[in-house]
Design a protein around this ligand. Sequence first.
Ligand code: 13P
Length: 391
Amino acid sequence: MALVNMRDMLNHAYRGGYAVAAFDLVSLDFLEAIIKAAEASRAPVILSLAESHFEYFDFELAMAATEAAAMRTWAPVAIHLDHGASLESAVKAIRLGCNGVMVDASTRPFEENLERTRAVVDMAHACGVPVEGELGYVAGVEGEDAERHPGEVIYTAPEEATRYVRGTGVDCLAVSVGTVHGRMRGEPQLDFDRLEQINRALGIPLVVHGGTGLSDAQFRRLIERGVTKINYYTALSDAAAERIRENVVSAEPGGYTALVRGMQEPMRAEMQRCIRLWGSENRAEEVLAGCEPWQPVDHVIIYNLPEGTDTTAMMAEGRRVLGAIPGVREVVTGKAVAEGAAYRYCWNVRFCHPAVIDSYRDHPDHIRFADTVFRPAAADRLSIDFRVLRD
Ligand code: 13P
């Protein structure tokens, strides 16, 4: 289990002058290829799921697989919501297991972007989850990722970036310095002076979207100027598609598995090339040593109720009300198997991070439910918050 705090991961990269790859995944093949690339390169990596891609796969199912992969690998990973459109998207992503979220209100006027971002930061920080904001606009040129980013590039203004970061409290900032989402047409012109000014003014990890198509020298110059997270997708998608096209013409007539055979290999090769170029190769051990492991906390209550209480209704209300509080992953309600048990009922509320112990206790929905429904009935109870330890 090597899920680590993404804030620590990015701060480590910022101090170390290298960048972590954030590869967007759209299927199990992508997920497996990313994990294999991270392990083979002994590198930290971000498993990134873009809301703009959710029409291609079921986010909830993909998160179950992504979290299982993160638990199984020894390589340090974080799970990130890419281009989240709203507060609700961020709450849902955290509930499903993301330990980093991006809020993308970059198409909105400055003040609105600031306000929307701040609302996500307030919620996510109360859950221990770091937030990426975007200022300026990274447009798209061509390809399935580009299609989600219509319009023209708007460059990030350094003075606005300072106001935005101070006003929102974001942990890292996606900047627009001339990259575009999707396939490049010609060599992009990047504004390194602007990036340098932003980096000097902010001193926090910077993020570049639209990694596909940049030259090795451009990547190096971006990283020298504070870029510590690079979002990368279209080149991986194109590498996979190329292998599928080869399978179509060369394979014996076959079904789905014959068509997708071997598609992880070119993706993995491209990922390992990026990891090497961006300086995160062979960093896994130091990242594991220097970052907080991402461990949930279970809030457990065992209790008794007076005869005649409608336990079913109370538990259903609790699951619904408490399960919607940000940072709560799951609410399990139970009844003792043995008739004569000293305590006959239990709650098991799973929090994504220890920070949720406080924000959950103080949340108005919890206070209302606890003070008016649960505590008056369940006077006889014991509770504990414990960190889930695996290995
Ligand atoms: P590319 O598809 O251009 O690599 O960009 C990916 C990205 O920025 C996702 O957020």
